[in-house]
Design a protein around this ligand. Structure first.
Ligand SMILES: [Zn+2]
Length: 276
């Protein structure tokens, strides 16, 4: 295992408009919208070259079927990798937190990679509840999702993918969502996917006495809350897909990176699920 060598590079594939109330925060200010980046991550362990998710579709498609989107000069993940000096053909694993449209773009360009997602996610992606036709770009809409025709290796539950990189279930945003733990010299960095959208989701909403101000976009708020608690227990640092603050640093971990306190008790805003 080469924890000393492990580095994580965030890649911004474009900006999405998200509603503060129906999306970013449970009981947030509905009707007020903000722009969020859509990140995927290149993880280099020294022995393995791994992508976690592959980013957002083009502006026209995003705006037509999903949310308002602006690329603002961002490039697709394969091109972003080339600019980091990595040929997309060198990627040996693409790990998917989930298969929503803004996490799978260009995946076929990583042609030597093993694609890995959860069994549950693949099942729902191919046969979504009608409410989620758009999220998974169902053929019902007359379009083809990027994952169609791809062979996936399926995982379920806590699984080590390669030494130092593992996944664990974080359902809630969608049924088969998983987060990725990357061991680094600074500690365990959890790539959260959309289990939270922003760092603020991990902090309390004291007005409501909620230990976490969780996102509103859940298929199950109970699973979603449990997943947030689970990440809180495991992460020394969190990299969410749609957190603008992540862009402040081109590579993680970095010198002086502030580590979070795992499962920090806060008076007046209690955890719900047990365990440490
Ligand atoms: Zn997303």
């Amino acid at each position: 295992m080469s924890v000393e060598k492990t580095r994580i590079y965030p890649i911004n594939t474009g900006w999405l408009e998200g509603d503060l109330g129906t999306y970013i925060f449970w009981k947030g200010k509905a009707g007020e919208k903000i722009w969020n980046p859509t990140l995927c991550f290149y993880v280099d362990t020294g022995e393995h070259k791994i992508m976690v998710d592959t980013g957002l579709s083009d502006e026209a498609r995003a705006t037509k079927y999903h949310h308002k989107c602006q690329k603002r000069g961002c490039v697709e993940s394969p091109e972003a990798l080339r600019r980091l000096g990595v040929d997309p053909a060198e990627i040996d694993i693409v790990l998917f937190t989930h298969l929503h449209w803004d996490h799978v773009q260009c995946m076929k360009e990583f042609k030597n990679a093993r694609y890995i997602c959860t069994q549950t996610e693949l099942m729902w992606a191919h046969n979504p509840l009608p409410l989620y036709y758009r999220s998974y770009e169902s053929p019902v809409l007359g379009i083809e999702a990027p994952f169609i025709g791809c062979h996936f290796e399926l995982v379920e539950g806590d699984t080590e993918i390669v030494p130092g990189v593992s996944v664990f279930p974080t359902p809630g945003h969608c049924p088969g969502h998983q987060a990725v733990t990357v061991k680094t010299v600074a500690g365990d960095i959890v790539i959260a996917g959309d289990a939270i959208f922003q760092w603020r989701n991990m902090e309390p909403n004291m007005e409501e006495k909620w230990r976490y101000w969780v996102p509103a976009r859940f298929v199950s708020s109970i699973d979603g809350w449990r997943s947030v608690e689970e990440m809180d227990k495991r992460a020394d640092f969190i990299l969410p897909t749609h957190e603008e603050g992540v862009l402040a640093h081109p590579v993680y971990p970095y010198e002086g990176m502030p580590l979070r306190e795992r499962r920090k008790p806060i008076r007046g805003a209690s955890f719900f699920f047990g365990g440490n």
